[in-house]
Design a protein around this ligand. Structure first.
Ligand SMILES: Cc1cc2nc3c(=O)[nH]c(=O)nc-3n(C[C@H](O)[C@H](O)[C@H](O)COP(=O)(O)OP(=O)(O)OC[C@H]3O[C@@H](n4cnc5c(N)ncnc54)[C@H](O)[C@@H]3O)c2cc1C
Length: 460
């Protein structure tokens, strides 16, 4: 019997979730992922309802010989959560979250999205540091590290991770924490889905409260050089409470953006102050007073509102392309290149973030996890977006050329911002020492490279 035929022989009654095959009415719905530039046709999508389904799906992958892709939030930039003629093990329906407000912990199943987790933790004034778009999956984000608005104060998502439940390539259910399978626990804090399928995460929650001082200040993009020079000096003194992201783009026609700016090229410094609001106000004032911002939307607001601010800029199923690098500092040369290249943006949908790193992230022991960006100054995630394939090639070329122009200053790259860029870039993302350690772990937990549709650490 062929592999595909074997896959369709699954005992449906024994599977609690849903098995979706080509020809099923909702096949197209479930094979879609966030990045619309990928159009893959898997052989079977196993939409798991719980751990027993995940174990059954792994067994099915082994018995059928089908390549296996794993999907939680579906936000992989290079579309690694779905593949042609593969078995997709889809955890997107596993939505359980349990916050323990007394212990300040949260147990989170793999299908939970960032906005869903925030909603549960914020009911108690708590938070798990995560990312900046509500529809990203907790699973893939955490397995790569997890950078976001709270990281300078509270660290990465992995810095608050207590334990995981995981199904191995052999279909075995194991736990990993500092005390149990500690080697595996090290590996999952940045090593991606290479060692197994995480079915549940346990996090410490941080006492954020529900309000932050946050939002963007806008200047015309032609002033980006002056703004960034002021900015880089201003943030030298920034306490951990402040996290900033710089965005260059044509101002979107959104309700919160003044109408006269719509479509105009702007540079934004977006702030999030996670601490005493009056102190935040004092610290942010010099930025407000620099030059003449054309809009200032940085105000006290609910953390939940700030967390969804980027959602309209990263709409699912548009065409996206990213290329990323870390740099140590914002030198004059980097600032000049950034302004010059940003002024060449054509698409009204292209918006790329430059992340301020450091703070609490940099104070965690570098050997504590595979995440390799603890000493990064800034993370450039140069991204292009078009509504459809129209204009996509040109915008992608802009990304590549901008990224190449920064090459003399490249320091590393965050694994979750990698595209499909080959083994050398994956090695670069971890650095040689951590890569070797990950490879040793891969040989132990997945010697046959069963989990290979990912930012793959080859066992050989
Ligand atoms: C709009 C957008 C915003 C983003 N913002 C941020 C951000 O603020 N901070 C940040 O750090 N990153 C961010 N990212 C990057 C993001 O962290 C990665 O794309 C991440 O892999 C997404 O996880 P996912 O579960 O949604 O993706 P998926 O596509 O489902 O999975 C991504 C990868 O993880 C593997 N995987 C997924 N689930 C599991 C599991 N349960 N067990 C084992 N392996 C699994 C998959 O096989 C795949 O290789 C963003 C991405 C997008 C598209």
């Amino acid at each position: 019997m062929s592999a595909v035929a074997a896959a369709t022989e699954v005992d449906e009654a024994a599977f609690r979730g849903q098995l979706v095959r080509p020809g099923s009415p909702d096949y197209d719905l479930h094979r879609q992922i966030w990045n619309g530039s990928f159009d893959k046709h898997p052989a079977l999508i196993a939409r798991c309802a719980g751990v027993s389904d995940v174990i059954a799906a792994v067994k099915l992958g082994r018995d059928s010989g089908l390549p296996v892709a794993v999907r939680s939030g579906g936000h992989s930039f290079p579309g690694l959560s779905v593949a042609d003629d593969a078995l997709v093990i889809d955890l997107g329906s596993m939505k359980g979250v349990r916050v323990d407000p007394e212990q300040r912990t949260a147990r989170v199943q793999a299908g939970v999205l960032l906005g869903e987790l925030d909603k549960e933790t914020q009911a108690f004034g708590l938070a798990v540091p995560s990312g900046i778009v509500t529809h990203t999956g907790v699973a893939g984000l955490t397995l790569g590290g997890g950078i976001g608005w709270l990281m300078r104060k509270y660290g990465l998502s992995i810095d608050q991770l207590v334990s995981v439940d995981l199904v191995t390539a052999g279909g075995e259910f194991v736990k990993a924490s500092a005390d149990e399978n500690a080697d595996l626990f090290w590996g999952v804090r940045g090593g991606g889905g290479n060692f197994g399928i995480v079915t549940e995460f346990e996090f410490r929650c941080v006492p954020l409260g529900t309000q932050v001082l946050a939002g963007p200040l806008f200047w015309p993009m032609e002033q980006s050089g002056e703004v960034l020079r002021f900015y880089r000096d201003w943030i030298v003194e920034a306490p951990d409470e402040l996290m900033t992201i710089i965005v260059h783009r044509k101002a979107p026609p959104l309700a919160f953006v003044p109408q006269e700016l719509h479509g105009k090229p702007v540079v934004m410094v977006i702030c999030c102050w996670a601490g005493d609001l009056e102190e935040g106000e004092k610290f942010i004032r010099p930025l407000r007073e620099f030059g003449s911002p054309v809009a200032d939307l940085c105000t006290p607001k609910p953390y939940l509102a700030h967390q969804s601010m980027f959602d309209p800029s990263f709409v699912p199923h548009r065409w996206y392309y990213f290329k990323s690098c870390d740099v140590a500092e914002m030198s004059d040369e980097i600032i000049d290149i950034t302004m010059e290249r940003s002024l060449q943006i054509k698409s009204p949908l292209t918006a790329f973030p430059i992340w301020q790193m450091g703070g609490a992230v940099s104070r965690v022991d570098d050997d504590a996890s595979p995440f390799n960006g603890r000493t990064a100054g800034f993370t450039y995630n140069i991204g292009a977006c078009t509504e459809t394939s129209d204009g996509f090639d040109e915008e992608r070329e802009w990304v590549r050329s901008f990224w190449s122009a920064l090459e003399p200053w490249h320091e590393g790259v965050y694994v979750n911002f990698l595209g499909d860029e080959g083994d050398d870039r994956i090695r670069q993302s971890y650095g040689p020492k951590k890569y070797d350690r990950l490879q040793t772990l891969k040989r132990k937990y997945d010697p046959g490279n069963f989990f290979r549709i990912n930012q793959n650490i080859s066992p050989n």
